[in-house]
Design a protein around this ligand. Structure first.
Ligand SMILES: Cc1cc2nc3c(=O)[nH]c(=O)nc-3n(C[C@H](O)[C@H](O)[C@H](O)COP(=O)(O)OP(=O)(O)OC[C@H]3O[C@@H](n4cnc5c(N)ncnc54)[C@H](O)[C@@H]3O)c2cc1C
Length: 509
């Protein structure tokens, strides 16, 4: 599975230091360069690549600037949760992605409490997909490029200034580029966020952890016998098979030399010996990393023409494997709204709904990772709470609530009063043309109509109309936004028109 060379990552996640770049005054007035791009995205991680693709669905001119000359080389396996898999299905990417990952049961995420998921989770994709992060990044980048996004590597965003018409972006080498909007998808240490002066309040890193994948030199039985015993006393700790002879290893980083230096195999051996009395003969590492548990959330996601998404907007410990998922879902929420703004049909407040919807979601993820971190402590108090929660998770409702939270299928945006489905995402249902998600590849709105008497009228350039009296729904008709969230439920044309205006602006003449 892993044939790559050993690579290590520098520590991540908690530095909010000074900005290296110098913001020079941009050209002004008549000297300004033309608006060559509609959107410049800083950073081609999973968030930036997903956003670029979403914007290209609407013909927006996109340039992605990525400071690294080559894609990431460390091979960290990340988990794609249900909602992210659904997004991939909605854009026709899922089949491609499934070929590169391993499906696992959707359960046991919350603080690693080992409870299987309820059998009837409300999704056609009720599993976890383990996939190397560089692979998902490559697939998303390829997808964006196929759709026409330009990606320039080796380009570091070092400064910018915005005016009434656009943003002048300055690269580390001094080159200047103009676009109508700039989105910082430039990760936890985001230059864009810092230059924007947006606060990043939260807690600094308290506990550092080493994580990696490697082979072991002893039989599985020997490991199993020891691991349970050690986990009673030491957290975070695990050593578990990951398939094809590779083990995933997590040990505390306390006492390991210089945090500025990437960890080494010797560091893992030393930590294992200290807590287990043996290093299990670990060897041949695939990747090694060190991370902290800093938890921070940007105060704002938008200042004028500059926006933030992904790790640039929020950081938290990797417990539950939510960070990449959260960033990709930010991009999915932002893409069509920013495109609407650029294409000129966005209702006045549409772009602001990005922060209104996504900031509370990130707040909730930060909170659940804080809770999980406490539950992983070996102190007697948190251990007692963990035992209690473990008991409570035998109740289906509790187990379901936690799984829906971590997998992001439980999200309900506040669209005002209405049935429970309003504001939630709709699962992939069967419709007469096949699967619903198969009809959403173009990133347009969709009126799913069982009444056979409604119309999308002057919005037909932005919203598709699917008439299917047999669709598996228990409502007469619903309007889906391009991100698959239910924006309206009903059967009255006038009410529908009001909601089409609310989400899709003025009708065409
Ligand atoms: C040990 C560990 C395990 C994890 N496991 C999971 C998991 O199972 N599931 C999950 O969902 N998440 C997981 N995560 C979190 C996940 O890796 C991140 O949340 C995700 O990478 C964030 O994506 P991003 O695109 O927002 O930022 P990044 O991946 O950090 O990408 C930012 C990009 O911007 C570029 N960049 C930075 N500055 C500039 C600049 N000035 N100009 C141009 N480019 C710039 C960078 O080179 C980088 O390519 C884990 C994290 C850790 C540490």
């Amino acid at each position: 599975m892993h044939s790559q060379q050993v690579t290590t990552e520098p520590p991540s996640n908690d530095t909010v230091g000074d900005v290296p770049g110098v913001l020079r005054s941009p050209a002004s007035g008549a000297d300004r360069a033309p608006l060559t791009f509609d959107v410049i995205i800083a950073g081609c991680g999973p968030t930036g690549a997903m956003l670029a693709a979403e914007l290209r669905l609407h013909d927006v001119r996109v340039l992605v600037l990525e400071k690294e000359t080559e894609p990431k080389s460390f091979v960290r396996i990340v988990g794609l949760h249900i909602r992210s898999l659904e997004l991939m299905a909605m854009r026709g990417l899922l089949e491609r992605i499934l070929q590169h990952g391993r499906q696992r049961p959707a359960g046991g995420f919350f603080a690693a409490i080992n409870k299987p998921a309820p059998k009837d989770l409300d999704s056609a994709h009720a599993y976890l997909l383990g996939i190397p992060q560089p692979v998902i990044e490559r697939l998303l980048e390829e997808h964006a490029i196929e759709l026409g996004a330009q990606v320039r590597r080796g380009c570091t965003v070092a400064g910018f200034e915005q005016d009434d018409e656009g943003v002048t972006v300055e690269l580390a080498g001094g080159e200047r580029l103009r676009s109508r909007y700039l989105v910082g998808c430039d990760g936890a240490r985001s230059t864009v966020r810092k230059l924007l002066g947006v606060g990043f309040p939260g807690e600094p890193s308290r506990i550092e952890t080493l994580m990696g994948e490697m082979e072991v030199g002893v039989p599985q039985e020997e490991i199993t016998a020891k691991v349970g015993e050690i986990r009673e006393i030491h957290q975070p700790f695990w050593l578990r098979p990951f398939g094809e002879g590779v083990y995933s290893v997590v040990v505390p980083a306390a006492g390991v030399s210089d945090r500025a230096e990437p960890p080494t195999l010797e560091d893992f051996q030393q930590q294992l010996r200290a807590i287990a009395g043996t290093d299990f003969g670990v060897h041949s590492p695939r990747w090694l990393s060190r991370f902290g548990d800093a938890t921070r959330l940007a105060e704002r996601y938008r200042v004028g023409r500059v926006l933030l998404a992904g790790d640039a907007a929020h950081i938290h410990p990797p417990t539950g494997g939510q960070g990449l998922n959260l960033g990709v879902q930010d991009a999915f929420n932002l893409g069509w709204k920013l495109a609407a703004q650029i294409r000129g049909w966005a209702p006045e407040t549409l772009l602001d709904t990005y922060q209104a919807e996504r900031h509370p979601v990130a707040e909730d993820v930060l909170d659940n990772t804080r809770a999980q971190t406490e539950l992983l402590s070996t102190e007697p108090g948190p251990q007692a709470v963990r035992r209690l929660l473990t008991e409570l998770m035998d109740f289906d409702e509790v187990n379901r609530h936690l799984i829906e939270k971590i997998t992001a299928i439980g999200i309900r945006y506040d669209f005002g009063e209405g049935p429970d489905l309003l504001g939630r995402r709709l699962r992939d249902i069967d419709v007469k043309q096949g699967h619903l998600y198969g009809l959403l590849h173009r990133g347009r709105g969709l009126l799913l109509d069982r009444t056979e008497r409604l119309t999308v009228g002057g919005w037909s350039d932005r919203v598709d109309h699917l008439v299917d009296p047999t669709a598996a729904l228990d409502v007469p008709c619903l309007l889906l936004r391009p991100d698959g969230h239910v924006a309206w439920i009903g059967d009255d044309q006038r009410d529908l028109d009001d909601h089409l205006s609310r989400w899709f602006g003025k009708p065409a003449d």
